[in-house]
Write a protein that binds this ligand. Structure first.
Ligand code: ADP
Length: 204
């Protein structure tokens, strides 16, 4: 397991990307964001978010990894939830995981171009997952890159939805959360987040 104090806090360096920030600095968000490349199932944290499918019965990608490490009790608890709609979020225990809870959310499937519908549902995933966390008094949450694997959402578009939705939620609820970790798995996603984090969490 990887303890949270081993995951560095992300800090923007002035002039990092050369692009104009989309948000002003919010000092209360300093020290609350991390970018971590690796396996989300290793994180010792209040909650990890699962990019699940509507059945909540496990699948490939990050979902499969989470169920493998959590074990059969997770599947049993998920079965009682009777599925999950796209954009919704449901919470379970973490069982064999070092994370205390798993927040399951179902991302949109993209076939062809990304439309407003897909973008809104991806936003819902991040927003509802953060709501689930704060409703349950959880203070630290890690997200995978929802929908960007098998579900086909272009990672270069998804990164903006992820960062903007988290930034807006934290603007309103920063006192309820201590850390949000963007957990990337692919080196290409790490680059996308490194390039775009300064636009949403700019330095002073
Ligand atoms: P979706 O069906 O929502 O597209 P996937 O699991 O196929 O979900 O992919 C979502 C993202 O999760 C991808 O970027 C993939 O590389 C990443 N991923 C796969 N395994 C892990 C893991 N163990 N920890 C974190 N991220 C992972």
């Amino acid at each position: 397991p990887i303890a949270l104090d081993k995951v560095p806090v992300w800090t923007s360096t002035p002039g990092h990307s050369g692009k104009k920030p989309k948000f002003k600095r919010n000092e209360s968000l300093d020290q609350k964001i991390s970018l971590f490349r690796g396996d989300i199932t290793k994180l010792e944290i209040d909650a990890i978010v699962n990019a699940a499918n509507k059945t909540l019965q496990g699948g490939g990608g990050v979902d499969g990894a989470i169920h493998r490490v959590a074990g059969p009790l997770l599947k049993a608890e998920c079965a009682e939830l009777r599925g999950c709609e796209t954009g919704e979020a449901k919470i379970t225990g973490g069982y064999g995981l070092p994370a205390k809870y798993v927040i399951h959310t179902v991302g949109p499937i993209v076939l062809g171009e990304v439309g407003e519908e897909e973008r809104d549902r991806l936003r819902d995933c991040y927003h509802h997952s953060l709501e689930k966390a704060t409703e349950n008094n959880l203070r630290t949450v890690a997200f995978p890159c929802i929908s960007t694997g098998v579900y086909g959402y272009p990672p270069d578009l998804a990164v903006h939805v992820a960062l903007e939705t988290v930034r807006k939620y934290l603007d309103e609820h920063h006192s309820k959360l201590d850390r949000v970790i963007f957990c990337v798995f692919l080196p290409t996603d790490e680059v996308l987040y490194l390039n775009n984090l300064p636009l949403y969490f700019p330095p002073g």
